[in-house]
Design a protein around this ligand. Structure first.
Ligand SMILES: Cc1ncc(C[n+]2csc(CCOP(=O)(O)OP(=O)(O)O)c2C)c(N)n1
Length: 676
């Protein structure tokens, strides 16, 4: 069905600073038209929700239009980056798309830009650099930083708009993002949409008695407050600030005073407000005040005609969106991941003539990536001059410079969000976590944001997360963990776990060229264990499949990481002492699981042993056993054996850690007991 033609004034999505001075009437009428459309659309969406035609909830922007409309009109939408808050419908309308598409999102129908996989205002337009929000307040800022930086790296004069509420201002991500933007000198306008409430909680119960814009000084950036109740004045202030940021490339923090005219969301009864408080807030509504200014300037007739035209357009759009078919589940599972990329055109050069350990093999792969792929960059703590805690990035900063290899502050969440922003915009960042354990600081960005991105928006996030993991090195609870089961219970993440230098080299290249977030688990104990020749392997993508390490017929053994080496030793011993041979598989790819060759083996051996270093309960082995036996259960000749670490935090002392995790001897003992 064709979308209705918008009123002529809505063909203009832009407003330049000069226009406000030279032709204020035209500029202000344009602002008014978009504000009125946003207001009436928000009001009608609320009614449609109350009629049960819109599900979930709706958080209207009534009272915030004096912020969103001038801002979105003033932005250079051919290059700038934004992520709106849950009150920014007006901004979305200006930025891109037809009103019908936005309504389709609310109706969650077949025409929804998120294919109805997300609700209400959780959409954007990644191709037009409007980044779709996730619910977790604070999380979108760092994405804006990354995409803005990506635009600048591509030579575009972009400004980013990182927007959040007074409630969101208390999250850690806000601090991390402000600090990062100031540190990297990113051209980002941070905007606080201060409506003085987080749901029912007033600002005096959210933070101590400071004005939010004053926090700017702590980051060494400019900050100020603006009252969006005076729309023409606010528009001028935004215009000046945006152009200043565009030129100076220094971030700015703006606290925009707005109103929240209809409570937090559709279901909010507002009974936490004092008597008369809601009426007092509603008396500050910027739209009637703005309209009165325009009427006083002689535009009464034009405004009446415009209001009627906008209302007719809105109703026509609602009609079309209501008639759009309901969505179907087709393609949902396929869309969890972005489609595979074609292999990159790598130069077929060997990593080096010398044998390498795994740390050196990863270093060689990273060097190859930096040399051959201009969109690549490396970030992480201490990875530049120092070469990383495990020296895996040794020498790369020296050879490729700070723009490609750079240190980050201790801000895993914002740095991951920043990397996501870079990735959405066409760069391919590789982020090193100093220890995999610290990735828990970035759980929201990894599992809720990056991992869900393609499913909900269709955009790819080609991002490699390097995870130095594993124990046996007396590093204690917080530097030794295996977190694969923790992360991979969430959909949308791929994961490789190499156990040899050649696989480490291949896995780094394979992870890099994938169009999805890929966790690269690197066992720290393997970094320096033994050097092996590492060659250019045209079949490097085979690391996405298991590797058969030994052949045998008594049982099928499945493992990965450092345990591959212990399993080899155990199998060797058992074949000598017990004359039993084993099909031993190094899984290599933990997500998405590729189990066909292992299933074929199990169909022959009828016995399954699963071994891993992570904890047993809810461990990765539970999934492996289940997947491998659900079809072959009745052909098994023994119950599957699961060997894993104890259900404990990783203990520190060597004797305790030895008792905690599988060792060659404990593996032999457990298999021998199982064999009976
Ligand atoms: C990190 C996080 N915690 C809790 C919530 C639930 N929540 C949704 S909106 C909201 C209030 C947000 O207040 P504010 O940032 O001021 O935005 P406003 O709704 O007032 O525009 C809360 C608590 C959330 N979305 N994210």
């Amino acid at each position: 069905m064709a979308f209705p033609k918008p009123p002529a004034i809505l063909a203009q999505h832009d407003l330049r600073e000069a226009e406000l001075a030279q032709n204020p009437a035209a500029a202000l009428l344009r602002i008014y038209a978009w504000m009125q459309l946003a207001r009436t659309a928000d009001n009608r969406i609320l009614e449609l929700f109350r009629q049960g035609l819109i599900k979930g909830t709706v958080t209207g922007g009534q009272g915030s239009e004096g912020l969103w409309i001038p801002l979105a009109l003033l932005a250079d939408k051919s290059t700038d980056v934004i992520s709106f808050t849950h009150r920014g419908l007006g901004g979305h309308l200006v930025w891109s798309g037809h009103l019908c598409e936005h309504l389709n999102q609310y109706f969650a129908n077949a025409g929804s830009p998120t294919k109805a996989r997300e609700g209400n205002i959780h959409h954007g337009d990644p191709k037009a650099r409007s980044l779709p929000m996730i619910s977790h307040l604070g999380s979108m800022l760092s994405n804006v930083l990354g995409s803005t930086d990506s635009q600048r790296r591509l030579g575009k004069p972009a400004v980013g708009f990182a927007t959040f509420g007074d409630g969101g201002s208390s999250t850690g991500d806000i601090h991390e993002s402000l600090n990062l933007a100031a540190l990297l000198s990113l051209p980002v306008v941070f905007i606080i949409e201060n409506n003085r409430f987080a749901y029912s909680t007033p600002v005096n119960e959210q933070f101590s008695n400071v004005e939010l814009w004053q926090r700017a000084a702590a980051y060494g950036i400019e900050g100020f407050s603006v009252d969006t109740g005076d729309v023409p004045a606010a528009a001028k202030t935004f215009a000046t600030a945006i152009e200043k940021v565009r030129v100076t490339s220094r971030p700015i923090l703006i606290e925009a005073q707005v109103q929240r005219l209809r409570g937090h969301a559709a279901y909010d009864t507002c009974d936490y407000l004092k008597p008369g408080e809601l009426e007092a807030i509603q008396a500050l509504d910027p739209l009637p005040k703005f309209k009165a200014q325009l009427v006083a300037a002689g535009h009464s007739k034009a405004l009446d005609a415009l209001d009627a035209e906008l209302s007719e357009f809105l109703e026509a759009c609602i009609k079309i969106s209501l008639a759009t078919p309901r969505p179907t589940p087709a393609g949902m599972e396929l869309d969890v991941y972005a489609p595979a990329s074609a292999p990159f055109d790598w130069k077929p050069t060997p990593a080096t003539a010398e044998p390498l350990n795994s740390a050196q093999a990863i270093n060689a792969a990273l060097r190859k990536i930096l040399a051959e792929r201009p969109e690549s960059l490396l970030l992480g703590q201490d990875i530049a001059t120092y070469g990383g805690a495990f020296k895996v990035t040794d020498g790369l900063y020296k050879d490729f410079g700070r723009s490609r290899v750079f240190n980050t502050p201790l801000a895993e969440s914002a740095c991951t969000g920043y990397a996501i922003g870079l990735a959405i915009n066409g760069h391919r960042p590789i982020e090193e976590f100093q220890f995999a354990d610290f990735s828990t600081e970035a759980v929201t960005q990894i599992t809720q944001n990056a991992a869900t991105y393609h499913f909900r928006s269709g955009a790819s996030v080609p991002l490699v997360l390097r995870m130095p993991c594993g124990g046996g090195l007396t590093f204690g609870s917080f530097h030794s963990q295996e977190l694969e089961a923790f992360f991979l219970s969430m959909p949308g993440i791929k994961a490789l776990y190499p156990s040899t230098p050649q696989d480490a080299f291949n896995a780094t290249l394979a992870a890099y060229e994938d169009n999805n977030p890929v966790m690269l688990f690197e066992h720290k104990a393997l970094y320096r264990r033994g050097k092996r020749p590492v060659v250019w392997d045209p079949n490097y993508r085979a690391v996405w499949q298991p590797r058969q390490v030994r052949a045998g017929d008594f049982a099928t053994v499945v493992t990965y990481g450092e345990m591959v080496h212990l399993a080899e030793e155990a199998c060797e011993y058992l074949s000598g002492e017990y004359e039993k041979t084993f099909d031993l598989f190094d899984l290599r790819c933990l997500s998405p699981l590729q189990l066909d060759s292992i299933r074929t083996s199990l169909a022959r051996t009828h016995r399954l042993i699963v071994l891993h270093e992570g904890r047993r309960t809810h461990g990765f082995g539970a999934e492996l056993v289940s997947r491998l036996t659900e079809e072959l259960f009745f052909s098994l000749e023994a119950p599957p054996l699961r060997i894993a670490s104890l259900d404990l935090p990783v203990p520190f002392a060597p004797e305790l850690e030895h008792a905690y995790r599988p060792t060659r001897d404990s593996i032999v003992e457990k298999i021998a007991a199982w064999m009976g």
